[in-house]
Design a protein around this ligand. Structure first.
Ligand SMILES: Nc1ncnc2c1ncn2[C@@H]1O[C@H](COP(=O)(O)OP(=O)(O)OP(=O)(O)O)[C@@H](O)[C@H]1O
Ligand SMILES: [Mg+2]
Length: 238
């Protein structure tokens, strides 16, 4: 029984590896032809744009915008894939310190924003520091982005007990989301807001989920439209 289980597990693992390799090389190989489409439509516009009417130039600009969007999607797929391929370096990680650094950068980029941050001090976890940095960058970055249409905002990073385990959380009082879609948000390229309202391609939370999976933890979200959102994660690398 155990031998059979082992065989099936290893079979599944190699099937997953194959799919992962395929996703990586397909995304990678799409870059070159895409650069051609973007580059030549730009050259066409620059060299022959004067011979076109307004509509013609508009079409070409749309080709360029679409190839830029596709390039962002490909970059997203490559970052997602790099999380699976990366070797983990497990150590003690100062989550409060990481959060403080990320917040400093957010403030530097948009100093005019009126956002109060509340960070619990001394939150130390066990995990891969670079990967946990990416988790916090995405969660705090989302909190920052999805509060941007409010006059002022409050963003909190803390911990609480959930089912007897330490869960870290990032809470904001921004745009929020409809709970009916709470699980969908963690799937690649699934978004609940338009790009005009809040820019992005929808890869951040898929990356977060993959990192938390690699730490044998869980990630989940609660939200309410225009009231805010709270994202929790646990880590099980003890
Ligand atoms: N703090 C939040 N408040 C409200 N909605 C959120 C929040 N964080 C995520 N979401 C919802 O989940 C979707 C997916 O989030 P995710 O981080 O994956 O993508 P994104 O931020 O839109 O784009 P990207 O992260 O690729 O720049 C968002 O588009 C938004 O609809
Ligand atoms: Mg995001």
């Amino acid at each position: 029984m155990t031998a059979k289980l082992k065989e099936r597990t290893s079979h599944l693992e190699s099937a997953i590896q194959e799919m992962e390799d395929f996703a990586y090389s397909a995304s990678h190989d799409l870059r070159t032809p895409l650069r051609g489409i973007d580059g030549f439509s730009q050259a066409f516009l620059e060299d022959y744009g004067e011979n076109l009417d307004e509509t013609g130039r508009d079409y070409l600009n749309r080709v360029r915008a679409a190839s830029q969007k596709m390039s962002d999607i490909i970059d997203g797929m490559l970052s997602l894939s790099s999380i699976t391929r990366k070797k983990m370096q497990i150590q003690e990680v100062d989550l409060s310190g990481l959060a403080a650094t990320i917040i400093r950068k957010l403030r530097i980029n948009q100093p005019q924003r009126n956002v109060e941050f509340v960070i619990a001090q001394g939150l130390i976890a066990t995990g891969d520091p670079q990967m946990l940095g990416i988790v916090l960058e995405n969660l705090l970055g989302n909190a920052w982005k999805f509060t941007s249409r409010h006059q002022s905002a409050r963003i909190e990073f803390g911990e609480k007990l959930a089912d007897g385990k330490t869960a870290y959380f990032v809470r904001d009082d921004g745009a929020g989301f409809d709970m009916a879609y709470a699980d969908k948000l963690f799937k690649p390229f699934e978004r609940q807001h338009t790009e005009v309202e809040f820019p992005g391609i929808g890869i951040g939370l898929a990356i977060v989920k993959r990192i938390i999976n690699r730490h044998r933890g869980k990630v989940w979200a609660e939200g309410e439209v225009e009231k805010g959102a709270i994202f929790y994660f646990t880590l099980n690398y003890l």
